[in-house]
Ligand binder design. Structure first.
Ligand code: UD1
Ligand code: CA
Length: 455
């Protein structure tokens, strides 16, 4: 971070050593997920906006589980072997940060809804005012459970008192501690050894460090949702609702229609073009992108998939797949394992497509399984046709050329290559390769025995 000419080093530290007793979980609290990402990952991702020189995660309860979740990031870990409070957790930073002269932003690992811009503002306010510490606060309608922050009218902090240590009058104060702080590290370094456990929980409170620092300022964040701390599963569910509200509002304002937002969920990793329509009971997950003018739902689940422009996906599941522009999928279709549907295709009622490439203008409209297949353009697959791709041991491939028409209720026994402009008769079991431009009939001839009952 740059202030005038001089640049102050910034480190971040995430408090992630607690058990999270109130979660009643076998996992540490910070590895619970909020919309596909763990709480601690969310906090870390948000803090990336600060471009920190150092990133430290304080682990303790089930440290290895937390380490594992964060394994592919370049982080420093510090161990708090006994969890004696947030102040004790911060004390574990003393060896790691010896000699560090910059600013340290400490974030609770259980407050995942903070915005990057808020953290940037906190750092700016801290540096511009030359504060020893700057504490992120919010004025809550229901402050229950949070530490109360007391300050003068200029915003200089006097003390932070935990909810359980407050008198009834002090509890009336609606300004709470977000659990996100900016400290001038050399000052905090001096303060941390002075903490005591004189409180209801007999813990070392990080919040008491402010009693040894000056000046300490508070910075209110207007959107109280941002500071939501997660202590139990009710708060986890509430935080999910807040996250969803934030994501859907963003897309609505960018010109996406969401017909009934309360019945739709959208991950924050999804991208949607303007003029797409998201119908009720639809869930968009992972790295999904939706093209302009597409109508998704009602009742669809799209995960890690690319959906082109002007497509329709009705009551269907699309996983790890691509649907190109102008195609319609469903009702009740299932695309998976890198299925690629070309432009202007129709993948209709009760059709499953797995690991197959389907050329443009091709239709499989009813009751079909296409697995490990490559289909050309303008192919028509008759109702009830399946690729017989598995012999009990290995999966085999089916190739079908351009403009070929597979009759209803065919079994295409792979490995199999069918040429261009082929027609197969209804009910055929095709086991041999078919050259271009032929008619294949592969079924028993009908036998009729008259006067059957009398004979
Ligand atoms: C804390 C604050 C409170 C604030 C609230 C905001 C203190 C004393 N209180 O309370 O003022 O309003 O957050 O959400 O800091 N942790 C450790 N080691 C420990 C204890 C906790 O790493 O020994 C970690 C937890 O994993 C968690 C974070 O610190 O990520 C906060 O701990 P938690 O027990 O949830 O604090 P609160 O009671 O919510
Ligand atoms: Ca908490």
């Amino acid at each position: 971070m740059v202030l005038g000419e001089e640049s102050i080093m910034v480190a971040i530290a995430i408090l992630a050593a607690g058990k999270g007793t109130r979660m009643k979980s076998t996992l540490p609290k910070v590895v619970h997920t909020l919309g596909q990402k763990t709480l601690v990952e969310r906090v870390l991702d948000t803090a990336q906006g600060l471009q920190p020189e150092r990133q430290i995660v304080i682990v303790g309860y089930q440290a290895d589980t937390v380490r594992q979740v964060l394994a592919d990031r370049s982080l420093e870990f510090v161990e708090q072997t006994e969890q004696l409070g947030t102040g004790h957790a911060a004390q574990q930073l003393l060896p790691a940060l010896a000699g560090f002269t910059g600013d340290l932003i400490i974030l609770n690992g259980d407050a995942p809804l903070i915005r990057p811009s808020t953290l940037e503002k906190l750092l700016k306010v801290h540096q511009e005012n030359g504060n020893s510490a700057t504490i992120l606060t919010a004025q809550l309608t229901n402050p229950k459970g949070y530490g109360r922050v007391f300050c003068d009218e200029k915003g200089y902090l006097t003390e932070i008192i935990e909810d359980r240590d407050c008198t009834p009058e002090q509890r009336e104060n609606r300004r709470v501690n977000a659990g996100i702080y900016c400290f001038r590290w050399p000052d905090l370094e001096q303060a941390l050894p002075k903490l005591t456990t004189e409180n209801d929980q007999k813990e070392y409170y990080l919040t008491d460090a402010v009693n040894f620092l000056t000046p300490v300022m508070v910075m209110d964040v207007p959107d109280e949702a941002e500071i939501t701390g997660i202590n139990d599963r009710k708060q986890l569910a509430d935080a999910y609702a807040m996250l969803q509200d934030r994501i859907k509002t963003e897309w609505l304002l960018k010109g996406v229609t969401i017909v009934d937002p309360s019945s739709v969920t959208i991950d924050d990793t999804v991208t949607i073009a303007p003029n797409a329509i998201i119908e009720p009971q639809t869930h968009l997950r992972g790295t999904t992108t939706i093209g302009a003018g597409s109508r998704i739902g009602p009742g669809s689940l799209i995960e890690n998939s690319t959906i082109g422009e002007n497509t329709t996906i009705l009551f269907s599941v699309v996983m790890d797949s691509t649907v190109n522009s102008g195609s319609t999928v469903g009702p009740y279709a299932h695309l998976r394992s890198a299925a690629v549907v070309g432009e202007n295709c129709r993948i209709g009622n009760f059709v499953e497509v797995k690991n197959s490439q389907i050329g443009s203008g091709t239709n499989a409209a009813h009751l079909t399984y296409l697995g490990d297949a490559t289909l050309g353009t303008q192919v028509n697959i008759g109702a009830g046709t399946i690729t017989v791709n598995y012999d009990g041991q290995t999966k085999h491939h089916t190739n079908i050329g351009d403009r070929t028409k597979i009759g209803a209720n065919n079994s295409l026994v792979a490995p199999l290559t069918i040429g261009n402009d082929v027609t197969t008769a209804a009910g055929s079991t095709i086991v041999e390769h078919l050259p271009d431009d032929c008619l294949a009939i592969a079924r028993a001839r009908q036998v009729v025995k008259p006067n059957w009952k009398k004979s």
